[in-house]
Design a protein around this ligand. Structure first.
Ligand code: AMP
Length: 184
């Protein structure tokens, strides 16, 4: 039973590492970005609303994201732990998550932050070719990250949950570091 949050700038390899670690630990991988992309494909009302934001690299409003995550966390497959990827991304989301988990008496175990030099991040993002990876959307995502998400490192450091992992190198190298740092 383990509850983990993955943090890191766009292009840090968060998604890749989160999928691998979730599989390794046998817990569901919860990616809010993935949830929004799927909802947009199915053209649900939340999906279409979210698409207006993610297609331009802006953050989806907190109340929408928090609602989606709260609902997902009460699914039975989350009772044995989970790995959150891409959530929280703002201080308001982090506080809402704490409140939800306090109520369930199931605090987070670990927050893993992947760090990668900025030049490498930009190269990786532009090579990835996802539909929301246009140059403008990429720039906006970096701006949102710096302003809204980066402060979460400090927040989780103060709570004693933060571990930082160097995200440079091949996916295998990074995964080895993740496993070692997390100590599972
Ligand atoms: P990702 O797949 O994590 O890169 O997320 C893709 C896009 O979905 C982001 O650029 C945001 O527009 C949106 N998104 C995903 N997670 C969140 C979140 N926690 N808060 C706000 N927007 C989000």
């Amino acid at each position: 039973m383990v509850r983990i949050v993955f943090l890191g700038p766009p292009g840090a390899g968060k998604g890749t590492q989160a999928v691998r670690l979730a599989e390794y630990l046998g817990v569901p991988h919860l990616s809010t970005g993935e949830m929004f992309r799927m909802a947009a494909e199915r053209k649900t009302s939340i999906g279409l609303l979210a698409q207006e934001y993610f297609s331009t690299g802006r953050l989806v409003p907190d109340e929408v994201v928090i609602g989606v995550v709260q609902e997902r966390l009460s699914d039975p497959d989350c009772s044995g732990g989970y790995l959150l990827d891409g959530f929280p991304r703002t201080l308001a989301q982090a506080k809402a998550l704490d409140a939800i988990l306090d109520q369930k008496e199931t605090p987070l175990d670990r927050v893993i932050e992947l760090t990668v030099a900025e030049e490498i991040l930009i190269q990786r993002m532009l090579a990835r070719g996802r539909a929301d990876d246009t140059r403008q959307a990429v720039a906006k995502r970096f701006e949102e990250y710096a302003m809204q998400t980066k402060p979460l490192s400090e927040y989780y450091l103060e709570r004693g949950w933060l571990v930082t992992v160097n995200g440079e190198g091949t996916p295998d190298e990074v995964f080895d570091r993740v496993k070692r740092t997390v100590g599972f």
